[in-house]
Structures are given as structure tokens and as C-alpha cells.
Write a protein that binds this ligand. Structure first.
Ligand code: AGP
Length: 646
């Protein structure tokens, strides 16, 4: 989704902003723009399409300045176009970049139009620029530097007080070439700390070329940055003796009250732990391929703080409250979106079979609007790679007051909103995932969920020491087995050649491999644009069998488990109708290649780890089909990496 970069430095900021935008391209966008302040004037350039278009525009008309903001836009209000691209300006003095949605933009727009402001875009963001300008003009004229700072902050706070919705914001004013304003509410924003310079970004990856030190702003924070200083303020009820103030507004009918209170806040500086290479493809052609191949390694990293090499479960990683909460868990509610939802569906099988805990799994966009009946003792679990998915966050916020026993986030981004707002947390240490198609985030989520099922199984007295030791050994063996599976890549790449012209595909699985098939289908459709559907294989004859003919490949996930023989019967149903099968199958399943049936043998592994292992060849299949089709593998059309709006 939209990306923000900005900065105040002692050098020309434009190359830093441009590089930052390139690093944000993976998030998905449709236009880009930049504004800088130079000698008391705002300069702006925008382009529809890729950052390369903006770069080309900037070679024709060079911008130069030490203070600037830039943006990649993913359209919500108003079509993708140059006019709707950010930054948006007001009175040629104020420039604004914004991620999120301003829900009350229509009444604000009507009021500002009544005050004489002219709008040049269809966006909700433009109201912020005019509102800020309006509030700025309502302040007393500053006579010296301190007053100028106070004026900016007062106008900013008055603006924020009127906005309803979600935002990460960067604002600059041409009369203040040393000051950058920013704020976050519902959309992530970090401050990058350089040497004699400060930056802002919606994602630290945008700034790794200039710093590895970041301050993660919290919900409701706003800040004023100069090259050498960063003053951060949190909003909330004023405590006695703390800095606070009243706001001089500009024609608002509503009182600028509660949200206007603020206090200076201390936020720690965190070092980005993965190093600058985390955001580079290295020798790989695509991020997705790199991320597929990183899976053995990141599984080791993910389990390292949860299991000793001797096989002891390290439950302290759940946090200090866990010891008291875990024995009280009676059931589990999992909520997530997309690939993370599929991980939750797999986990349901584990939690019910290993821990004996009833488990429901639901997509966050539905859950958040449902009247849920909460059973006592229900642990509420959210799964998310980014920790910023709007629907998942909204579901968590709803759950916090709905009577759940506790909230647990399983997430890949340590400072994310989901992690900060959950009571308990488990991190997947997958490292930054840049490809829009989730791969290593999925398998590390599964590893953490398998670990959680073992922890809860022990807690519930459902797993004895011997069984527990066997399951833990299965988890520990996984990275090596994944390396073996990755060796299937050349054969899968060859298969992909004949696959790319297909228009529809069916994925089949049973038990915990039904959601693995769902994930395989999602991967194929999102990056190759081939229509793919997943079915529980037993459902075939209840409808989808009608689709089967020799033009539609049927991909099956066939590990050696209690349902293998049943699955084989379902595969016969496909063969009998002339369907062409591609089976990812246990090497000991006894399936032989024949005309219309191709088998890819995988090692025999325990039931716990099979869903993780069998996900990998499906990722490789999608990748290679997309490669043959020539689609944009890492940035598929219409999609964004982190879905921060509803
Ligand atoms: C899958 O490849 C997609 N990236 C998408 O379905 C994703 O899993 C979903 O948007 C949820 O994202 P999250 O894990 O960051 O919450």
C-alpha cells in the first residue's frame, strides 16, 4: 500500500527520497511524488505509474533541497493519476503525504471550500493540506524561531484534532525549511535517526541506505524533527504539571478538545537487526525466490528462542503473563487474513488433535463485523506477517473488550501495531519479506503454531514426555528436510513450462493439507493470474468434478498420513474423467508416474511437520509458472504487501 519517505538533512535530500521510494515499491502502488523546500519555495514533482516515471520526470526537472517528503500512492479515494498522487499542496506553502483514510474528509472539504480553498484532486488527503494551512494562518504570526516552532506545532495539533480515521503523515511548510512534522494514528511510521539528520518512513526498509537506527512512533504520537533534534509528543489526558495547551482553531464547529492534549514522550531508539542486505535480492532473480530459499535458515532462527537444542520448550518467550494464563486456556479463536489465515486453518488441526482445544479460525474482515459469542477461557490469536493489516488490527481491538481470556499476536515485525497492542506475542524471525506473495512468513508462522500446539498440549496434559520429545524432534528435523525439498526446483521449473498456458487449476488436499492446498491456490492466482481453486478432496464429487477435463491441471498434496488412501481414491475420480494430475506425494505412497499423472516425491515426515514441508513445492510451482508467464513476480498487479486500509 502507500509508502512515505521524508527527511531533514544537511545535504540534498532528493536522492535519499528517491532511493527510499524504490525500496518501498514492493508494497504496491500506482503513482509517486516528491516535494522539497528550497529557498523558501515548495517544489513538487509527481508521476502516474512506477517510481521510474517519477525519476525520469526528475531528470527533466531537478528538485533540490534539504527538507522533503515523498510518497508512493495506492489509490483508495480517486483513481490512479498524476493529479491524485501525493504530495498534496495548499496555498503553495504546505505539502502533505499521507497513508491511511480520513473518514470525515467530506464535511471538512465542504467547510474548507466554504472558506475559499480550491481542491485539485479527488483524494481525502488534500483536506489535510488545506486544513493545516487554515490552522496555520489562524495562529499568531511568529516573531522568532521558538515561536515559529510553536506555531507549526499548534497548527499541526489543531489539524490532527479534526481528523477521524487512520493516518501516517508527513508535512512540510515552505516558511520552515528546517522543520519536518509527522504523526501516526492507525498507520505505521518510523523516525530514522542519522548523524545530524532525521528521516521518516512508513517502513524502516525505505531508509536502510542512510541509517539502521529507528524510533517506532506509537499510536497517537506526533513529532517535530529538525536535522539535530526530534521532539515526540503523545496525545492523551493531560497529567498535572505536564506540557499541554489549548488550540486556536480556524472555523471548526466542533471543539478541539480531548485529542488536543499532548505530552512530551520518550521513545527508545532501536537498531534494525537484519542489516542492509535484508532488503536486497542478492544473487536471486526475485525476492520471492530468495525468500523461498531462505526457509530452512529462518525456520532455525524462528525456533531458536522457543526450543533448546536438547528439545526443551522455552515458554518464557511468550512473556511473563503466560505462566498464569496458559493453564486457563479452554479454547482458541484465530483471526487473520490471506496467507496468515491459511496458517491458522492448519493450526486448527494441531490444536485440536495435540492439545484437545476447540479452535475456530476466521478471516478478520468478517470477524470484525460479527456479533461473536465468546466462550470463557478463549485465547484470541492473531496471525500477521506485517502486524499492520487493518482488518486484523481492527479484530484485535474489538477482541480486547469482548471478554477473551487474553490476546496473542504471532507476527514477523517486532515494533508493529499488532505486537504492541497484544498481551502475549510470539515472533517469527523470518526477516523482512519483500515479495508480495508470502512464503517464508507462512512457513515460520506454521512452525510457531506447531510449537504453540505442543506447549498447550503439554499444559492440557494431552502429550506425555515421549510423544512430546518425538514431536519436538520432528520440528528440529524440518530445516534439513526443507533443503531436500528445495532440490525439486529444477523438475518443478520444467513442469511449469506446460502449465503457464492453462487458465484454471484445481488444488486438492485432505485434513491439514486442505489449507495447504488453499495456500497453493492463492499463491498461483496472485502471482501468475491463473484462476486456481482449492477443494478438500472429499468434496470433489459434490460439484467441482464437473470442471475436470484434460485442459485443467489438478494439483494434489499427498503426504503419507491417515487420509492418504482416501485421497488416492479421490485422485482416481480425477483420472477416470481424463483429468491431468500433478501430485506432491510422499515418496513411500506407492504412486507411479503414468500418462496424465506426474508425481513429485517428498520425504516421509511426521504428520506435524508435513504441512510445512508440502507448502514449499507449491510455492516453487507458482513462482516458476509466473516466471514463464512473465508476470511481475514480486509486485503482482493490484496487490499490496501490507494491507493497511480496510
Ligand atoms: C499472500 O501471499 C498475501 N501477501 C496476503 O494474503 C497476506 O497474507 C495478507 O494480506 C495478510 O497479511 P499479513 O500477514 O501481513 O497480515
Amino acid at each position: 500500500m502507500c509508502g512515505i519517505v521524508g527527511g531533514i538533512a544537511q545535504r540534498d535530500i532528493t536522492p535519499i527520497l528517491l532511493e527510499g521510494l524504490k525500496r518501498l515499491e514492493y508494497r504496491g502502488y500506482d503513482s509517486a511524488g516528491m516535494a522539497v523546500v528550497r529557498t523558501g519555495e515548495l517544489q513538487r514533482e509527481r508521476a502516474q505509474g512506477k517510481v521510474a516515471e517519477l525519476e525520469a520526470a526528475l531528470t527533466r526537472r531537478r528538485l533540490n533541497g534539504r527538507l522533503g517528503i515523498a510518497h508512493t500512492r495506492w489509490a483508495t479515494h480517486g483513481k490512479p493519476s498524476r493529479e491524485n498522487a501525493h504530495p498534496h499542496l495548499s496555498s503553495a506553502s504546505v505539502a502533505v503525504v499521507h497513508n491511511g483514510i480520513i473518514e470525515n474528509f467530506e464535511p471538512l472539504k465542504a467547510r474548507l471550500e466554504g472558506q475559499g480553498y480550491r481542491f485539485h484532486s479527488e483524494t481525502d488527503t488534500e483536506v489535510i493540506a488545506h486544513l493545516f494551512d487554515c490552522h496555520y494562518r489562524a495562529q499568531p504570526q511568529p516573531r522568532h524561531a521558538q515561536e515559529a516552532r510553536d506555531t507549526l506545532l499548534a497548527a499541526f495539533r489543531a489539524t490532527l484534532a479534526e481528523l477521524h480515521g487512520a493516518y501516517a503523515l508527513g508535512i512540510i511548510h515552505c516558511e520552515h525549511p528546517e522543520q519536518l512534522l509527522c504523526a501516526r494514528m492507525g498507520s505505521p511510521l518510523v523516525i530514522g535517526v542519522g548523524s545530524g539528520e532525521h528521516f521518516i518512513a512508513s517502513d524502516p526498509l525505505a531508509l536502510l541506505q542512510v541509517t539502521d537506527r529507528f524510533v517506532y512512533l506509537e499510536e497517537g504520537d506526533h513529532a517535530l524533527l529538525t536535522a539535530h533534534t526530534s521532539d515526540i509528543f503523545s496525545s492523551g489526558p493531560v497529567l498535572q504539571g505536564e506540557q499541554s495547551g489549548t488550540i486556536r482553531g480556524c472555523g471548526s464547529s466542533a471543539p478541539l478538545s480531548n485529542s488536543c492534549y499532548w505530552q512530551q514522550a520518550e521513545r527508545p531508539i532501536a537498531r534494525f537487526e537484519h542489516g542492509p542486505q535484508a532488503a536486497s535480492k542478492g544473487d536471486y532473480r526475485h525476492f520471492m525466490l530468495k525468500e523461498i530459499h531462505e526457509q530452512p535458515e529462518v525456520l532455525v532462527d524462528t525456533l531458536a528462542d522457543k526450543l533448546t537444542p536438547e528439545g526443551t520448550l522455552l515458554t518464557a518467550v511468550l512473556g511473563p503473563e503466560a505462566a498464569e494464563l496458559l493453564p486457563r486456556v479452554k479454547q482458541v479463536q484465530i483471526v487473520a487474513c490471506g496467507t496468515s489465515y491459511h496458517a491458522g486453518l492448519v493450526a486448527r488441526y494441531w490444536l485440536e488433535s495435540l492439545a484437545g482445544l476447540p479452535c475456530s479460525v476466521e478471516v478478520a474482515s468478517e470477524f470484525r463485523y460479527r456479533h461473536v459469542a465468546v466462550q470463557p477461557g478463549t485465547l484470541f490469536v492473531t496471525l500477521s506477517q506485517s502486524g499492520e493489516t487493518a482488518d486484523t488490527l481492527a479484530a484485535l481491538r474489538f477482541a480486547k473488550s469482548a471478554g477473551y481470556l487474553a490476546t496473542l499476536a504471532i507476527c514477523n515485525v517486532p515494533g508493529s501495531s499488532l505486537v504492541r497492542e497484544s498481551q502475549l506475542r510470539l515472533m517469527t524471525h523470518a526477516g523482512p519479506e519483500i515479495g508480495v506473495a508470502s512464503t517464508k512468513a507462512f512457513t515460520t508462522q506454521l512452525a510457531v503454531l506447531a510449537w504453540l500446539a505442543l506447549v498447550l498440549g503439554r499444559e492440557q496434559g494431552r502429550l506425555d514426555e515421549v510423544e512430546l520429545a518425538e514431536q519436538i524432534a520432528a520440528l528440529q528435523a524440518l530445516p534439513e528436510q526443507l533443503r531436500q525439498v528445495l532440490e525439486l526446483e529444477p523438475a518443478i521449473a520444467e513442469l511449469a513450462n506446460g502449465f503457464a498456458e492453462k487458465r484454471h487449476t484445481l488444488f486438492l488436499g485432505r485434513g491439514a493439507h486442505y489449507p495447504v492446498a488453499m495456500e497453493g491456490a492463492l499463491k498461483l492466482k496472485e502471482i501468475s493470474y491463473i484462476h486456481a481453486e482449492a477443494y478438500a478432496a472429499g468434496e470433489l464429487k459434490h460439484g467441482p468434478l464437473a470442471l475436470v477435463d484434460d485442459a485443467m491441471p489438478v494439483v494434489s498434496v499427498a503426504p503419507s498420513d491417515a487420509l492418504l488412501e482416501k485421497l488416492k481414491s479421490n485422485l482416481q475420480e480425477v483420472r477416470a474423467r481424463g483429468g491431468r494430475l500433478i501430485n506432491f506425494v510422499c515418496e513411500r505412497a506407492g504412486l507411479e508416474d503414468e500418462e496424465g499423472m506426474r508425481n513429485f516425491p517428498l520425504p516421509k515426515v511426521p504428520e506435524l511437520t508435513a504441512p510445512i514441508l508440502y507448502s514449499v513445492p507449491l510455492q516453487l510451482l507458482s513462482y516458476h509458472v509466473a516466471l514463464v508467464k512473465g508476470t511481475d513476480v514480486d509486485k503482482p498487479r493490484n496487490l499490496a504487501k501490507s494491507v493497511t486500509v480496510e
